[in-house]
Write a protein that binds this ligand. Structure first.
Ligand code: CS2
Length: 509
């Protein structure tokens, strides 16, 4: 029986240890949303920054709801194993940048956010976790946490409430504000969060605080990338084999890691460059590339892959029809992007194909398929809108009309996925904050694809009007959905891939 990973001297000599003495560094960051992704990404780059440049930049992690990660990490003094899985081999490394975790304790979270030593607050709370209405960019008044915090702003429990209450206290006690760094896959994530925070401050505390935040608090945007599947019992078992310690907070990830950050940190920041982070003036174009190419094709392959019996992304890439559709999606999305210095979109697409195919990464299609209403707008609808904005003829038989088809196909497969049953009748449950609304809007419609598509298009604030009013878009969707429902999802994906089989891939450079 191995001992618990609670001290560095217990770890097997072959494993990479932190290049610094953790206890010699104080906390400078609070991270909200302590899932696997944070531990595989920002915590690792912070570990690199501490090793190479020192500073008081350790992290206090906050888990807003779950206590599991907190218990495991606190028992291990914040230490955990990072397994990096390449196609050939897996390496283990111990990360020590997290000092401790606060879980489901809003008062303790608020107290730590008010500490003058905290200069940066990072967040990975998922697209759905912010409680911001994406249309109005204001607090989402249908979100129960937002409503509770607005009613009781001095005892907040949600993201907006905690940020605003702590910024208010810092202002009143003349402590410099922290910088707020969103690390979720949302377009212009920093600006969106700033608008939500300012809107919340305005409603809960009034103009003065809202204006102070607008003037004094930085909300840089960032693009984050590292494919990180949820850990499984095999992750923990392999961590134990490699480190010699029992680690209940181990995570696994791919070798690739990317973080592109707008350099706006008035209260200072760790030298994340040590871990490979790139600082730029404007993140928007990188973000667009990642959201529409990586995440867009991820969503497309998640629905069509899951429905055709492919549990993992790597399995999707072994299916020749689905792999062809991934290629089509990547290249079409790339063809809509503006050129970026030093980025070759063909190479980026090629690298994504290799990453998706990594046989050592078991990334579940069902996991990616979750929360579609929060993901599809930036991943699928935005590039489809770009096709129409570029005044491409939105229909007909020319190459340009082809540009909208991949996004219509992804949308149709999402609709098919929302029916919550496989072709053989096996059921699964929809994971989406708007699952109830979706289910009730298609209830009783039966199997008429056009009527179903109408009902999905009628869901408020989801599919943009420019798309839903376009005949070609709706025809494509009804055609794919109808085939998937009558002939099955395998037939629908095969047909879709063959439709494009003989046509050249759109050139993207
Ligand atoms: C995925 C992302 O679950 C999903 O929706 O598309 O988590 C993806 O793996 C990451 O953004 C990769 O950086």
């Amino acid at each position: 029986m191995s001992t618990r990973l609670d001290a560095l001297n217990r770890v097997n000599k072959s494993v990479q240890l932190p290049g610094y003495v953790p206890e010699e560094h104080q906390v400078g960051i609070v991270h909200i949303g302590l899932g696997a992704f944070h531990r595989a990404h920002q915590a690792v780059m912070t570990d690199d920054a501490l090793a190479h440049h020192g500073g008081d930049w350790r992290i206090i992690g906050v888990s807003l709801r779950s206590k599991t990660v907190a218990t495991e990490l606190n028992t291990q003094n914040g230490l955990f194993t990072l397994l990096e899985r390449g196609a050939e081999n897996t390496s283990a490394r111990i990360i020590a940048s997290i000092q401790k975790v606060i879980a489901a304790e809003p008062a303790a979270t608020l107290a730590i956010l008010c500490e003058p030593a905290v200069r940066v607050v990072t967040l990975t709370v998922t697209e759905a976790g912010y409680g911001i209405d994406r249309e109005t960019r204001l607090p989402d008044m249908s979100n129960t946490v937002v409503l509770a915090d607005l009613a009781n702003p001095d005892s907040p429990v949600g993201v907006l409430g905690l940020l605003v209450a702590s910024l208010d206290q810092r202002r009143l006690s003349e402590v410099a504000p922290f910088t707020v760094l969103s690390c979720d896959n949302l377009p212009e994530n920093g600006s969106l969060l700033r608008d939500g925070v300012v809107g919340f401050a305005q409603s809960a505390y009034g103009n003065e605080l809202a204006e102070w935040i607008e003037k004094n608090v930085a909300f840089p945007c960032s693009m984050v990338d590292r494919i990180t599947p949820a850990p499984t019992s095999e992750t923990y078992a392999q961590a134990t084999r490699l480190t010699g310690c029992n680690d209940k907070a181990a995570i696994e990830t791919e070798a690739f890691s990317q973080w592109i950050i707008e350099d706006s940190f008035p209260s200072g920041r760790p030298k994340w460059e040590a871990g490979g982070a790139i600082f730029v003036d404007d993140v928007t174009a990188y973000e667009r590339m990642k959201l529409t190419m990586l995440n867009g094709s991820h969503s497309m392959l998640a629905y069509s892959g899951f429905l055709t019996g492919n549990l993992f992304v790597r399995d999707v890439m072994r299916d020749k029809h689905l792999a062809r559709l991934v290629q089509r999606h990547l290249h079409t999305a790339a063809s809509l992007l503006h050129p970026l210095p030093r980025i070759n979109y063909n190479e980026y697409a090629e690298a994504l194909t290799v990453r998706f195919s990594n046989p050592a990464i078991a990334h579940q299609t069902f996991q990616i398929a979750s929360d579609a209403t929060q993901k599809l707008p930036q991943r699928i609808f935005q590039p489809a809108l770009d096709v129409s904005r570029a005044e491409f003829s939105f229909g007909g038989n020319d190459d340009r009309a082809m540009s909208v088809r991949p996004f219509a196909f992804a949308t149709a497969m999402w609709m098919r996925f929302c029916l919550q049953q496989h072709d053989d009748g096996t059921r699964y449950e929809l994971q989406d904050p708007r699952a109830g609304e979706i289910t009730s809007s298609i209830k009783g419609i039966g199997s008429d694809a056009s009527l179903l598509s109408e009902a999905f298009h009628a869901i408020p604030n989801l599919i943009p009007k420019v798309l839903s009013q376009n005949d070609y878009w709706r025809e494509c969707i009804a055609e794919v959905l109808s085939l998937a429902m009558s002939e099955g999802c395998i037939a629908a994906t095969k047909n879709e891939a063959q439709l494009y089989g003989d046509l050249p891939i759109i050139k993207i450079d």
